[in-house]
Design a protein around this ligand. Structure first.
Ligand code: PLP
Length: 397
């Protein structure tokens, strides 16, 4: 048989995809599964954006563009970043890629040398450690002290940083925890990054999805940070455009140039049609972003209240993104539906197999006593799913 390269042999399939495919298989067999696994908005892409894509096709925008994206889109991105962070970026400090995941991949490949330590706060989005490993970097996991309520602090970083540390992966608002790091804490993290001469990849893909009076700040805006930070964002989550595959990075010119070189030898430009759609998303009316955010907010409140009313579950209120992160440690050692529960993997299996509900166990995010539920699904389905989860727990010995 064909022998494969070592780098693919060590790759782990995304655990969020694993439960999703199991749920989908059950659905395909005719089961009515409530799926809390989705990492994408349930809304359709707004009509003005769809229309812009159709116009792009009809106007002949169907050929290659510059590798890093059309100038108009880069300018629109620069304006969006200016609105969000107050920082100015020039078009040659911006690279458009095939989704934020691709932006992250380019970034890690351009920054990480074999053996470089990369600090990664736990819980983390599943893709980060895999990309760092692909680049032969060393993942330096940073547990967050229990009394920090899931918010990364310098104290946590100090315990893990070594002379081998070169960079820090930040994701606020966080997938999976929904935690948004406060500006004052972010400023301390910035000082830490400067003191240890670290680069920072700041994945801000959920920055438009924050609730209550939460303020999202970019670490790039603190002193001496712009030159060592790469901002990652995209249109997938804010504009319900996951299938269009447009993400972007903004940072120092030489880094952007290196990432563009990588991209020029792998994908070339992201879809021309999608770029025109993203241009409309960023420059057109923004009211749908807010309408979606309000609906997420309503669901978020409901789901958190219901979960906390269930025995042995503890959900903190997410300040951003569209996930609830739930501690299930109180169920460890007990039996649910005849199954002994050792961790959230077992509980997720019990719910999937006996209650037709799919949640994502926390093992893939580095915290096996937690599970993640996405509220990017209708209120009606959320109610049904929570009822089923509650019933199964109530039937437990
Ligand atoms: N970053 C985080 C934290 C995410 O949760 C996701 C999607 O789940 C992405 C990046 C990838 O987004 P995109 O669809 O633009 O590749």
């Amino acid at each position: 048989t064909l022998s494969l390269a070592n780098r693919v042999a060590q790759l782990k399939p995304s655990p969020t995809m694993a439960i999703d495919s199991k749920a989908k298989a059950l659905i395909a067999q005719g089961n009515d599964v409530v799926n809390f696994g989705a990492g994408e908005p349930d809304f359709d892409t707004p009509e003005n954006i769809r229309e812009a894509a159709i116009q792009a096709i009809n106007h002949g925008h169907t050929r290659y563009t510059a590798v890093g994206g059309i100038e108009a889109l880069k300018k629109a991105i620069a304006e969006r970043i200016h609105l969000d962070t107050g920082l100015h970026y020039e078009p040659d400090e911006i690279l458009v890629s095939v989704g934020a995941k691709h932006s992250l991949y380019n970034a890690v490949m351009a920054l990480v040398n074999p053996g470089d330590g990369v600090l990664l706060p736990v819980p983390y989005w599943v893709t980060y450690p895999e990309q760092i490993t692909l680049a032969e970097g060393v993942v330096q996991y940073v547990p967050i002290a229990p009394d920090h309520d899931g918010e990364l602090r310098v104290e946590d970083l100090e315990k893990v940083v070594t002379h081998a540390s070169r960079g820090l992966m930040l994701n606020s608002p966080s997938n999976p925890s929904g935690v948004v790091i406060r500006p004052s804490v972010l400023e301390e993290i910035a000082q830490f990054a400067v003191a240890h001469d670290l680069w920072v990849i700041s994945d801000e893909i959920y920055n438009r999805l924050v609730y209550d009076d939460t303020v999202h700040a970019s670490i790039a805006r603190f002193p001496e940070m712009r030159e060592r930070t790469l901002i990652i964002n995209g249109v997938s989550k804010s504009y319900a455009m996951t299938g269009w595959r447009i993400g972007y990075a903004a940072g120092p010119k030489h880094l952007i140039k290196a990432m563009a070189s990588l991209q020029s030898q792998s994908t070339s430009n992201p879809s021309t049609i999608s770029q025109y759609a993203a241009l409309e998303a960023l420059t057109g009316p923004q009211d749908e972003v807010d309408a979606m955010r309000r609906e997420f907010d309503r669901r978020r409140r409901y789901i958190v209240a219901r979960l906390n009313a269930m025995e042995g579950l503890a959900a903190s209120t997410p300040q951003g993104a569209f996930y609830v992160w739930v501690n299930m440690a109180a169920w460890k050692g007990r039996q649910v539906g005849g199954r002994v529960i050792r961790d959230a993997d077992d509980l997720a299996l019990a719910w999937l197999e006996q209650a037709n509900v799919a949640v994502v166990p926390g093992s893939g995010f580095g915290m096996p006593d937690y599970f993640r539920m996405s509220y990017a699904t209708s209120m009606e389905r959320i109610e049904t799913g929570l009822d089923r989860m509650e019933q199964l727990l109530e039937s437990a010995e």
